[in-house]
Design a protein around this ligand. Structure first.
Ligand code: GA4
Length: 380
């Protein structure tokens, strides 16, 4: 089942972004269909583009958890800058404004980056506590979703975030199990076990992109109040590109699988080949009731490149703010990432050397957002 993408706005089309006319399609998988068929569709979509629109997933937008999370996060981003700053700066977890990562990447957004597995955080914090007790509270505030929420948001919001994380975790596992079945793995639950591990390093990212159609509204310094970034913004021309503003620059997600939900404001673009094999950016139509799923670098490595970690970006063009929430299903830091034997054949020999997730994380934080970091692990 496939959805023809909507026509891109004229400005975007002029900058090489295609819509329906280009014949590029985005797969839609209805999770409520017959299991065998769903497993095949999920595997096909992840092998073709590493991206699909997931419907019938049981977490509809109207469901209390999704709607309540949206209301809570909108209220958070509307708070006074000083209040929001109490959770930041994102280093890497916490509240961030414009600055992404540690190497100079900038986007027109503010965000919250939270750890989605409080058990692993508590364990790590205890370990750190044993080494240096004075750092305990500082680290807890910055890395744990529940600690963060109880400190800065109200307790009721912390419950919503955790409830949402549980719903996403369940869906991620279901999709990973379907992938395992669809690929015919000896242990179809191999992928999901990595992310349900007690120490898994899952994250939740909540992004707020300000409206971009009106130049007067673009200057949201009053929202962010990070003066040091103003000069960065000026020196790079305000992050403008043909067709819109860079909300979040081109990149692939490093983890196993990402699950994105957004409001009805579009902006997400994915890099896919069209029917003639030409690669181009495709505008993904907004759909608040769907969950968009993409393969991450770790899943590409585990499947020896059979599944593709898709490059994507957010270009802000709309007059209303875009709110998106992404759950990143991740392995534990100590997990060894190595292609599964059933994905290695005589015609498709091992492509990447094995690495731990901790090693991969260190590498990715030393590089720019757009870096094709998995290439560094390629066997020549
Ligand atoms: C991209 C996917 C996730 O949003 C993220 C990002 C992370 C960050 O914002 O701290 C990174 C980026 C992401 C990949 C390269 C590094 C790390 C910013 C950056 C420049 C949370 C993640 O895990 O990797």
């Amino acid at each position: 089942q496939e959805t023809v993408v909507a026509a891109a706005p004229p400005a975007a089309a002029a900058s090489g972004v295609v819509g329906g006319g280009g014949g590029v399609t985005i797969a839609t998988v209805d999770m409520s269909a017959e299991r065998g068929a769903v497993a095949r569709q999920v595997a096909t979509a992840c092998a073709a583009h590493g991206f699909f629109r997931c419907v019938g997933h049981g977490v509809p937008a109207e469901e209390p958890v999704a709607a309540r999370l949206d209301a809570a996060t909108a209220a958070f981003f509307a708070m006074a800058p000083a209040e929001k700053q109490r959770a930041g700066p994102a280093s890497p977890l916490g509240y961030g404004c414009r600055s992404i990562g540690f190497n100079g990447d900038v986007g027109e957004l503010e965000y919250l980056l939270l750890h989605a597995n409080p058990a692993a955080v508590a364990h790590r914090a205890r370990t750190i506590d044993a080494m240096d007790p004075s750092r305990f509270s500082e680290i807890c505030l910055h890395i744990s979703a529940s600690e963060y929420c109880s400190g800065v948001m109200q307790r009721s919001i912390s419950a919503i975030v955790n409830e949402y994380i549980e719903a996403m975790k369940k869906l991620a596992c279901e999709i990973l199990d379907l992938l395992g079945e669809g690929l015919g793995l000896k242990d179809p639950r191999y992928f999901s076990k990595l992310t349900t591990n007690a120490d898994s390093d899952c994250l939740l990212r909540i992004n707020h992109y300000p409206p971009s159609c009106n130049i007067h509204k673009l200057d949201h310094d009053d929202q962010c109040n990070i003066k040091s970034l103003v000069s960065t913004k000026a020196s790079n021309g305000g992050n403008l590109m043909a067709g819109g503003r860079i909300g979040f620059g081109e990149h692939s997600d490093p983890q196993i699988l990402s699950l994105l939900r957004a409001n009805d404001v579009e902006g997400l673009q994915v890099f896919v080949p069209d029917h003639e094999g030409k690669e181009m950016w495709v505008q993904v139509p907004s759909d608040p009731s769907a969950i968009f799923v993409n393969v991450g670098d770790v899943l590409q490595a585990l499947t020896n490149g059979r599944l593709i970690s898709i490059r994507h970006r957010v270009i802000a063009t709309a007059c209303r703010p875009r709110l998106s929430t992404i759950y990143f299903a991740s392995p534990p830091l100590h997990a060894r990432i190595s292609a599964l034997p059933e994905t290695i054949t005589a015609s498709s020999p091992r492509r990447y050397r094995s690495f731990t997730w901790a090693e991969y994380k260190t590498t990715m934080y030393s590089l720019r957002l757009s870096h094709s970091r998995l290439e560094l692990f390629k066997i020549d």
